[in-house]
Design a protein around this ligand. Structure first.
Ligand SMILES: Nc1ncnc2c1ncn2[C@@H]1O[C@H](COP(=O)(O)OP(=O)(O)OP(=O)(O)O)[C@@H](O)[C@H]1O
Ligand SMILES: [Mg+2]
Length: 419
């Protein structure tokens, strides 16, 4: 705050002229006095400026605080409003009424807010409803990625063919079935055949199925939608099949795209009678998947790829031609394949020159790709532990012994425990 000058009584206004002054003195006195007053006037003006500036500042502060107050009030209002219920429109009736299903299950006939356009309403979309009256208050945006939470949209996965060992034949087949229809659709039109509808990769765990799918996606510029089968199994009835529907819709919106369903067996297991409610829901999801697979145009820009390690338990409907009609087996690696997988995983390691890959491939008989990867990493750990600056044959051999040890030991947990 500026210090306010003490306002002395304005002496200058009633001039008391000392009687002993003559004319000259008087005029000098007057000039002097005027100067004094000028000075004082100047001072007061300056003070005025200062105070005015302060006033302006205070006013702007006031505005700022008022704005803040308004914001806080509206935030408070927002926090105090009751939550809305999420529901799904089941049917649009004629007299401005809707049949909705709330997220808890039951269905209701409800009214709707005047601000919602009729054109926005259609069966299947999600709406927000008032808690008490259940009147539809707003239409929720169909943010597809929110509906299918489990789906990873990978723009460009970081795996390429050069990182996959011993699966050259599988890579060729996969490229023909998935890549070619996306990059050269005219080749298929010319010959007059439809490209394979869906491609199923099957084989034991850890043999590179997921890797293969990612590498395909990396090679094409297609969007890669990866969903794990179990993500499609949902708590509420109808959710799973909606997710499948949304997944295919998302794929169609983002063409060219590849849908990759990993661990397909979790939803596509054989259907059987006498299933529990939960099983029936999984079956409904499967049926939706079958319907979607029938419904999409194989020449379109959407390719379907799936992987499983339990081909034997898949439902027959899934396996008939027209659904998945290209099966690619991804077997356990043979001797040569094991050698090339080991070479791939030791590519960036400092190795001694005399590493005997032939011998390593022999002693790793029966192991899969992920075990071979673990062996390479473990060998590195042995070398570090022994303070070496390169990995030697013995490190790799100890790593083989360590990684494969648990395989030869019979498991002491009975498998039937989990059945
Ligand atoms: N052929 C291979 N070449 C190089 N690395 C491999 C190969 N197969 C497996 N691997 C290694 O094993 C890891 C697991 O492979 P991946 O996830 O593809 O197995 P999967 O076949 O999908 O297994 P699951 O059936 O259990 O899902 C990969 O990250 C990779 O490091
Ligand atoms: Mg996998």
């Amino acid at each position: 705050m500026a210090e306010i000058l003490e306002d002395k009584p304005a002496k200058g206004l009633s001039i008391k002229v000392p009687s002993e002054l003559d004319n000259d003195d008087f005029s000098r006195y007057m000039i002097d006095r005027m100067n004094q007053l000028e000075e004082r006037n100047h001072l007061l003006r300056e003070q005025n400026h200062k105070i005015e500036a302060e006033k302006r500042y205070a006013e702007s502060q006031k505005l700022k605080f008022e704005r803040e107050l308004r914001q806080l009030r509206s935030e408070l209002e927002r926090l105090k409003t009751a939550p809305l219920i999420v529901g799904t429109i089941m049917d649009v009736l004629e007299n401005g009424k809707l049949i909705v299903r709330s997220s808890t299950g039951p269905q209701f006939v409800v009214g709707l807010s005047k601000f919602i356009k009729e054109s926005e309403l259609e069966a299947g979309i999600q709406v927000a409803m008032n808690q008490q009256t259940l009147a539809v208050i707003g239409v929720l945006p169909t943010s597809i990625s929110h509906l299918i939470r489990g789906v990873e949209v990978i723009e460009s996965p970081d795996v390429d063919y050069s990182q996959i060992g011993g699966l050259d034949e599988q890579i060729r087949e996969l490229r023909e079935a998935v890549e070619l229809p996306l990059t050269k659709p005219e080749a298929f039109t010319k010959i007059g055949i439809d490209p394979p509808n869906g491609v199923l990769l099957y084989g034991p765990p850890g043999t590179g199925k997921t890797m293969l799918a990612k590498a395909v996606a990396q090679q094409t510029s297609a969007k890669f939608l990866r969903v794990v089968g179990s993500e499609l199994v949902q708590k509420y009835i109808g959710e799973g099949s909606r997710m499948v529907r949304e997944l295919f819709k998302l794929a169609k919106d983002k063409t060219p795209s590849i849908i990759f369903i990993d661990e397909l067996d979790s939803i596509a297991a054989k259907r059987y009678d006498g299933a529990t409610a939960g099983d029936r829901e999984v079956q409904r999801t499967l049926m939706q998947l079958l319907a979607e697979m029938d419904g999409f145009n194989p020449r379109g820009d959407v390719r379907l790829l799936a992987a499983t390690n339990r081909l034997d338990i898949l439902d027959a409907a899934m396996l008939r031609p027209g659904r998945f009609d290209r099966f690619i087996e991804v077997p356990l690696p043979n001797g040569d394949a094991r050698k090339s997988i080991l070479r791939i995983h030791t590519r960036n390691m400092t190795l001694s020159e005399d590493i005997d890959f032939d011998k390593l491939s022999k002693i790793t008989e029966g192991s899969n790709g992920s075990e071979l990867k673990a062996i390479a990493t473990e060998a590195g750990m042995f070398a570090i532990r022994n303070d070496k600056d390169r990995i030697e044959n013995e490190d790799l051999q100890s790593a083989v012994a360590k990684v494969l040890m648990h395989k030869s030991q019979p498991s002491n947990v009975s498998e039937s425990m989990f059945v």
